[in-house]
Design a protein around this ligand. Structure first.
Ligand SMILES: C[C@](O)(CO)[C@H](O)COP(=O)(O)OP(=O)(O)OC[C@H]1O[C@@H](n2ccc(N)nc2=O)[C@H](O)[C@@H]1O
Ligand SMILES: Nc1ncnc2c1ncn2[C@@H]1O[C@H](COP(=O)(O)OP(=O)(O)OP(=O)(O)O)[C@@H](O)[C@H]1O
Length: 292
């Protein structure tokens, strides 16, 4: 079970940075500003990274990183946790500081928005720690400045996302929330910018997210072909997941390389997870689609 967002000790507060999954991702157009116009149904997993914070009396912002994917991740000013903390500090004009610890459980640069979820969780955490007076629109603007996926990660609930990531509408799909969901990454990091650059420019049509059947039958991830060209092993993951008994949908998330599979039944998910764990170097997480 994920840790609840709660007081973990006197003066220390915690948040989960839930993994994001694009159930479908339609790329509609290349924009003049270098970004792409998207239509995507975002869901969040029940699990993710963990961040804790406490007040730093000297006003500094410090970050320590641990966890299975913490090694090699820079804890300096480029880290999205640091960037989010500094952005909020400067927006508020506050002299209050924070000691932050990130437990990195999600693979880096893997299409499930780990860095984006960390940035959003940091904004939520420090808004609480510093009793910040900031409206939802201002928080969303700070979030978008940190990355296209960050605004959606603020609430981490099922949403239709449009534009570059700023158009957010809560959206419920019958039967989707609570479904067992398996996440599998073949151990390769993929650059989001490189994958978008490989999109062929063909608009293949709008996303119909009115039902799970529509998302499964007519939904796509238009970034899958360019991601597979960069990391062909994505095809191996999709082949294993697509043939797993009881699978309802197997697809790549975001710009890859993580793929997800939805099941009706947790035992079927567990059996598919075992098949995936037999592949050396594959990261496997058994989770579920987060409800509100
Ligand atoms: C692929 C997705 O994960 C789907 O949810 C997102 O669109 C990417 O979101 P992100 O990782 O937060 O991306 P950003 O950090 O904003 O952008 C990284 C790079 O990806 C490309 N990019 C990103 C988002 C977008 N709508 N169009 C793009 O072309 C741009 O080259 C950009 O410089
Ligand atoms: N706290 C962080 N966690 C993960 N990556 C971070 C973090 N801070 C900075 N980064 C950098 O951000 C980049 C993108 O990381 P992230 O894990 O969000 O990618 P992603 O899962 O592909 O995102 P998306 O699904 O939005 O495409 C990486 O190259 C990484 O070095």
């Amino acid at each position: 079970m994920p840790l609840p967002d709660m007081e973990v000790d006197a003066g220390i507060i915690a948040e989960t940075a839930y993994a994001k999954v694009n159930v479908a991702l339609h790329v509609r157009a290349r924009r003049d500003d270098g970004y792409h116009a998207l239509e995507s149904l975002f869901v969040f997993a029940d699990h993710g990274d963990h961040i804790v914070a406490s007040e730093n009396e000297d006003g500094a912002i410090d970050l320590a990183i641990d966890g299975p994917f913490g090694e090699g991740l820079d804890a300096g000013p480029s880290n999205l946790v640091m960037r989010a903390a500094r952005a909020l500090q400067s927006y508020l004009g506050t002299e209050r500081g924070a000691a932050l610890r990130l437990t990195k459980r999600l693979p880096v640069a893997s299409g499930i928005g780990g860095g984006s979820a960390d940035a959003a969780a940091t904004l939520r955490l420090l808004a609480r720690l510093w009793d910040a007076r900031i409206g939802q629109d201002e928080l969303a603007a700070l979030a978008l400045d940190l990355g296209s996926d960050v605004p959606a990660c603020l609430d981490s609930v099922t949403q239709m996302v449009t534009g570059r990531g700023e158009g957010l509408t809560r959206h419920s799909v019958d039967g989707l929330e609570g479904m067992p969901m398996l996440l599998v990454n073949p151990g390769v990091g993929v650059s989001t910018a490189a994958v978008f650059a490989g999109w062929d420019g063909q608009d293949r049509g709008a996303l119909d997210a009115s039902s799970l059947d529509a998302l499964i039958g007519r939904g796509r991830n238009d970034l899958e072909p360019p991601a597979r060209a960069i990391a062909p092993v994505i095809g191996d993951v999709l082949a294993v997941l697509g043939e797993a008994p009881g699978v309802r949908l197997a697809r790549m998330s975001g710009s890859g390389a993580t793929c997800f599979a939805l099941f009706d039944n947790p035992a079927r998910m567990a059996a598919a997870a075992s098949l995936c764990r037999a592949h050396p170097g594959w990261w496997v997480m058994e989770t579920g689609v987060r409800g509100v």
